[in-house]
Design a protein around this ligand. Structure first.
Ligand code: FRU
Length: 490
């Protein structure tokens, strides 16, 4: 292990990032400067700016010993890269500096992360040990605490996993710090452990905030816990879920558990569970609170299962558009941050046009756009938008009025791998009226239905020249369309 690992990463990113062609980059999404990125980390305010750290391996386009990369933004759309913040350079984190969170405290930026190391077991095999650690800094440089690790798995209730214990989310209430940490119960399934501290150095176990009794996947990764419109939301990313209708799919999922927070017991009285995003590429989201009181969520726009990327790219991964969360009518809704509107240009509008045969609308095209399609009425049963099209490729969004489903299908997007290409979700029945908003940023499509009731996020690998958009219905659909181009930020 070398304590020069951070210096090495910083030098590497400085020397190599400049050569990456700008045309490869999304124009309004945060993407990794070089190498590999997964989960968002430490998404928070510091000295009035919004900071985002991320799981980072600069040297290759696949996962490796985890560092924390670092960026900041004033408006969630245009990002400034900062030097790598953390490297795996201590005995307790030499296998990786895993996910975590950040908070501002007395002018300092506090990072709380999972340190991972390998140990040799008595049978000669190796196992990892995950502990929670703290680093303190000024927004650019960070010192790991002498006291690290500050939370170890032996502080968990008996029977909890010593191997899976990670991704602390820190917050402060009155004068006490709390950290919610992903863990596994003795039944092997997910639980969230809550710890508290008054000085960030000495922590004690408080409670199991929630656990899933094998109901929602196995290990619960990347917890976040916050108040939203009077309800408490525990957001977790469970591994190894099994499909449930159209609500959850097999593999890694993300869910909101909503209920009331019992302050005495320090447990969540869970009332409702909801999938966060119904697309193919969405994982490990995190939230922050803005100065004007908005709860903003950002996620890794990718999936562990289908980790595809153009081979010639020397960078791999981007984040979703940051999304404003609200709690409305018993559900969490999400919409792109309003700051995006400052980047609109070239507005095109159509009001109440009848659509049937597959056809384009003049000037409604592009791969960096915010497109809203409002279906007002019609005797149609199926309505379809094909986007990112040329004569060879297309990606489809199909609204089936009878089933109340929307299906995303990237089968013909140009990807030569036999992976999952399609997913469907239920939408609210509203007599054939529906509002579909589609954000396209070169290789990604984020879909928001009925002002954020559902979201569906997926990557598509179609060549960027495929820009056409077609509309069609099996009978007549009367639609209104608004399209904006998004100005380049990179
Ligand atoms: C989630 C995750 C986290 C972990 C990190 C490692 O995607 O598995 O639980 O901290 O990625 O990179």
């Amino acid at each position: 292990m070398s304590d020069k690992r951070l210096e090495k990463a910083r030098k590497y990113e400085l020397e190599n990032t400049q050569d990456i062609p700008k045309e490869q980059r999304p124009v309004f999404h945060m993407s990794v400067p070089i190498g590999w990125m997964n989960d968002p980390n430490g998404f928070s305010l510091y000295k009035g700016e919004k900071h985002l750290f991320y799981q980072y391996y600069p040297y290759d386009t696949c996962w490796g010993p985890m560092h924390w990369g670092h960026a900041k933004t004033k408006d969630f759309i245009k990002w400034e890269y900062l030097p790598a913040a953390l490297a795996p350079d201590k005995e307790y984190d030499e296998f990786g500096v895993f996910s975590g969170s950040a908070i501002e405290e007395r002018g300092k930026q506090i990072l709380m992360y999972t340190g991972v190391k390998e140990i040799k077991c008595t049978d000669g095999k190796t196992e990892v040990r995950q502990t929670q650690c703290i680093a303190v800094g000024d927004g650019v440089n960070y010192d790991k605490l002498e006291e690290n690790p500050v939370i170890t798995a032996d502080m968990l209730p008996e029977g909890s996993s010593l191997v899976d214990f990670r991704d602390p989310k820190i917050w402060k209430e009155a004068d006490v710090f709390y950290a919610a940490v992903g863990s596994r119960n003795e039944d092997g399934s997910g639980q969230i452990a809550l710890f508290s501290s008054v000085d960030l150095k000495k922590w004690e176990f408080c409670s199991i905030l929630d656990k899933c009794n094998n109901r929602y996947g196995k290990m619960w990764e990347c917890p976040d816990f916050f108040n939203l419109g009077g309800k408490h939301i525990l957001m977790v990313s469970p591994q190894d879920m099994t499909a449930e209708g159209l609500e959850f799919h097999n593999g890694n999922g993300v869910m909101f558990a909503c209920g009331d927070y019992d302050l005495e017991e320090k447990t969540l009285k869970r009332e409702m569970v909801q999938s966060v995003d119904y697309g193919l590429d969405f994982y490990a989201p995190q939230t922050m609170l803005t100065e004007d009181g908005r709860r903003i969520m950002i996620a890794w726009m990718k999936s562990w299962e289908t980790s595809l990327w153009p081979e010639e790219f020397r960078w791999n991964s981007m984040m979703t558009i940051p999304r404003e969360l609200q709690y409305k009518n018993g559900r969490v809704i999400q919409n792109p941050v309003r700051e995006l509107e400052s980047y609109y240009e070239n507005k095109i509008e159509y009001s109440l046009v009848n659509c049937r045969e597959r056809a384009k609308l003049a000037k409604v095209e592009g791969r960096n756009i915010d497109l809203t399609v409002d279906i007002a009425s019609g005797d149609y049963e199926k309505f379809q938008i094909d986007f990112a099209c040329n004569e060879r490729y297309h990606t489809s969004l199909i609204y089936n009025k009878k089933d109340n489903t929307i299906t995303f299908d990237r089968q013909y997007a140009g990807c030569a791998k036999d992976i999952v290409h399609s997913r469907s979700m239920y939408v609210k029945e509203n007599d054939g009226k529906i509002k579909i908003r589609l954000l396209l940023d070169k290789y990604s499509a984020e879909i928001f239905v009925n002002d954020g009731e559902q979201a569906m996020t997926s990557l598509l690998y179609t060549e960027p020249g495929a820009k056409e958009i077609y509309f069609q219905a099996d009978k007549t659909a009367c639609i209104s369309v608004t399209k904006y181009d998004i100005k380049k930020t990179v």
